[in-house]
Design a protein around this ligand. Structure first.
Ligand code: FAD
Length: 472
């Protein structure tokens, strides 16, 4: 009997180094590359993320066509779409890359029970259950996790699976929905060729300065690979392998540190994926239960100002507007705005988490939740709850000339650099000469930081006291 295999593509939009694809073509007489536009995915996707996904699918379809196949696209809940497709083709085996979000796990379990599912690793290099403590329990602190993670030998480019030379034929007369190309996402061409070009360029040039430049908002100091990793246009293994090669070629200790720092960031991605896999409840509340009772403020006007980049704090506004305009924000920026929302405005981090998911091109439940809980101090391994970033000092340090502010907050670009971080410090004559008026050209600050710090420390202490009294 002839075998039909479905490669159900989810977060692995690539032909190279794809274990699920490699398994799916083995022994297949007929082969169906399938993407399902699931309502859960499409309705909740940020417009930039959706556009990136659609354009990446079109790119993948072109690559499949070059191998004599094509992408089959269906809409609807996955269970329904797969039931229909397997009904059309007769029995078929379904191959996937494992996904660890609670939604994906529940969906996959139902499908596995009803029609079988062959799954492989591939979203991360090391699977969540492969890096555990000696007693078999998961880590909740990054550094020991990273040390254990680094125990296993690193991958080399030779470990990455090649792109197949040919594919088994597609069954005849299969219906596919047409995808229409979307407006491209600023700064991110959604194609695997672009993902590789970036990885090669970054590992050749940027990687050896990564540690030094990664926090500078005014420089291109990071790889900007996050959307490609989010949708798997690039595998985590390829990133680790390329970085490791550079490490092997380098004997100078400082340069090795620069490279190792990037590898460590990739391991943060694996860590947060593991955390979500073992602690799905983090999507509903704080990892550290003793901080569950923080009396967050309900201040819709402040939240709105933060969302729109109108807080009156230039570095915060620049970062928020970068995300609104491009779907991406620098990591340092993400930490600054998250600290501002949670600790200066005392607004629940879940508001920020949701806003990021609604706008980020790389929005990923595990990394996003991990980043928010880390900054709010409620997560695993979190920044100490009493650490509150000063947005002015952060801005001065990581955007020393105010170039980044000038780019994203154009109403401040005409101010001399030293005033871009604190436009309220212009005296009346200077402001008049520049035809600049605070409150008219740029908002007044929405919070008095001399009060907000105490307010936040009191609120966090309250939650800790509550937890303490509940225990006694
Ligand atoms: C509040 C907050 C929310 C975040 N939300 C997301 C998100 O939704 N999606 C997302 O991919 N990252 C998220 N991050 C992590 C980080 O900000 C981005 O991964 C990074 O800015 C992407 O830029 P890059 O590709 O140039 O990263 P690089 O610095 O070049 O790092 C390489 C890759 O490592 C991974 N990575 C780097 N830092 C982290 C980290 N701290 N946690 C997890 N993975 C990391 C990313 O895949 C990244 O592409 C968030 C961080 C914070 C503080």
């Amino acid at each position: 009997m002839s075998e039909t295999h479905i490669w159900w593509i989810r977060r692995d939009l690539r032909l190279q180094d794809n274990p699920a694809l490699t398994e799916a073509i083995k022994g297949a007489d007929q082969f169906i590359p399938l993407f399902i536009l699931e309502p859960q995915l499409m309705e909740n996707a940020a417009p930039f993320r959706r556009a990136f996904l659609i354009n990446a699918l079109i790119d993948l379809d072109h690559q499949l066509q070059a191998l004599g196949s094509r992408l089959i696209v269906r809409s609807g809940p996955a269970f329904q779409a797969l039931t229909q497709l397997t009904g059309e083709t007769g029995s078929a085996k379904i191959f996937v890359t494992r996904d660890y979000s609670p939604f994906a796990r529940q969906r996959d379990n139902e499908i596995r029970q009803a029609m079988g599912l062959f799954s492989t690793a591939g979203i991360t290099l090391r699977e969540p259950d492969s890096v555990l403590k000696g007693d078999g329990t998961p880590y909740s602190i990054y550094t020991p996790y990273k040390n254990k993670w680094l125990h296993e030998p690193p991958p080399t480019p030779a470990d990455c699976l090649p792109k197949p030379d040919s594919l088994p034929p597609l069954p005849e007369y299969l219906f596919s929905e047409e995808l229409s190309i979307e407006d491209s996402v600023p700064g991110f061409i959604a194609a695997t060729g672009e993902a590789h070009r970036r990885l090669e360029a970054f590992t050749k040039i940027g990687l050896v300065h990564y540690q030094s430049n990664r926090d500078r908002l005014d420089l291109d100091g990071t790889s900007c690979l996050s959307p490609y990793l989010r949708f798997g246009l690039l595998s985590a293994r390829e990133c680790f392998a390329y970085a490791h090669i550079r490490l092997l070629q380098t004997s100078e200790a400082n340069t090795r540190d620069e490279i190792q720092t990037w590898i460590n960031e990739l391991i943060w991605r694996e860590f947060f994926t593991m955390i979500l896999s073992y602690h799905p409840q983090v999507l509903d509340g704080p990892f550290r239960e003793e901080l569950a009772a923080i009396p967050w403020r309900e201040v819709p006007a402040d939240l709105h100002a933060w969302q729109q980049g109108q807080t009156g704090f230039p570095i915060v506004d620049a970062c928020m507007r970068q995300m609104l305009n491009t779907g991406w924000m620098h990591n340092r920026g993400r930490m600054i705005v998250a600290s501002f929302l949670t600790k200066d405005l005392l607004v629940n981090w879940q508001e920020g988490e949701a806003w990021f998911m609604a706008h980020l091109v790389d929005g990923d439940p595990a990394a996003n939740n991990g980043g928010w809980q880390w900054t709010a101090g409620t997560g695993t391994d979190a920044a100490p709850w009493f650490r509150i970033f000063n947005p002015i000092l952060q801005g001065r340090k990581f955007d020393p000339d105010g170039t980044y502010i000038g780019r994203w907050v154009p109403e401040l670009a005409k101010l001399p650099p030293k005033f871009r971080h604190e436009p309220w410090k212009l005296n009346a004559v200077e402001a008049n000469d520049l035809n600049f008026k605070l409150g008219r050209d740029y908002p007044e600050r929405i919070v008095d930081r001399s009060i907000s710090r105490e307010r936040t420390l009191t609120a966090y202490q309250f939650a800790r006291d509550q937890a303490g009294s509940n225990r006694t």
